[in-house]
Design a protein around this ligand. Structure first.
Ligand SMILES: [Ca+2]
Ligand SMILES: [Ca+2]
Ligand SMILES: [Ca+2]
Length: 198
């Protein structure tokens, strides 16, 4: 959901703000912190992820999630098996309904060869690699010929409960390598969560 879809926001309350520089992983299950570009990042993950649980929420109508996502190395977007599809997503309260599932591609794109991605839309939308990125061609995390793309992602979900579980996950496909985590992975540089009321 985009900002334009939510009218008349009366109040917004920041309830979580973490850039991982102090390695504070309370409220996070499955958190690992590593260094990238001289900053702390949460990750890297390949066929994994983590859960952020926030309790004691006041009255609200929406949850807004903002992250800086790093897509590291050779993601293949909506490529067919065995290279893809390379999915990434956010899920609220283990719900099949409140889920954002997309794909990313760090592939080169030529007239006769281009592995498309879904972001900034949901899978199975098709658009060009790195669409919507805030930075491209950042250093690889692992792969000698890899790169990293950065995405400033903002998601808004309808939500009214007193507790929220936010799961960040991936499903990456790359069986034809001895080190899948080096071939493609992701991390977050920061997370902010806000409650919105109308
Ligand atoms: Ca790959
Ligand atoms: Ca892949
Ligand atoms: Ca950071």
């Amino acid at each position: 959901m985009l900002w334009s879809c939510v009218s008349d926001i009366d109040r917004e309350t920041l309830i979580y703000d973490n850039n991982f520089e102090t390695v504070d992983l309370t409220k996070i299950e499955g958190g690992i912190v590593t260094s990238y570009l001289g900053q702390n990042i949460l990750g890297t993950y390949n066929n994994g992820g983590f859960k952020l649980t926030l309790e004691g929420l006041g009255t609200h109508d929406y949850v807004q999630i903002q992250v800086l996502l790093y897509v590291h190395d050779s993601w293949d977007g909506n490529a067919e098996s065995p290279d893809g599809t390379d999915y990434w997503g956010v899920m609220l309260d283990s719900s099949e309904v409140d889920v954002f599932k997309t794909s990313f591609s760090n592939s080169p794109c030529y007239n006769n060869y281009c592995l498309m991605q879904s972001y900034p839309e949901r899978h199975p939308f098709l658009t060009f690699p790195r669409t919507g990125a805030s930075a491209v061609d950042l250093p690889a995390f692992c792969k000698s010929d890899g790169t990293t793309s950065a995405y400033e992602i903002e998601l808004i979900f309808p939500h009214r409960k007193g507790q929220v579980e936010i799961v960040f996950w991936d499903e990456l496909n790359q069986p034809n390598t001895s080190d899948a985590q080096c071939d493609e992975s992701w991390s977050l540089n920061n997370i902010q969560v806000k409650l919105l009321s109308i």
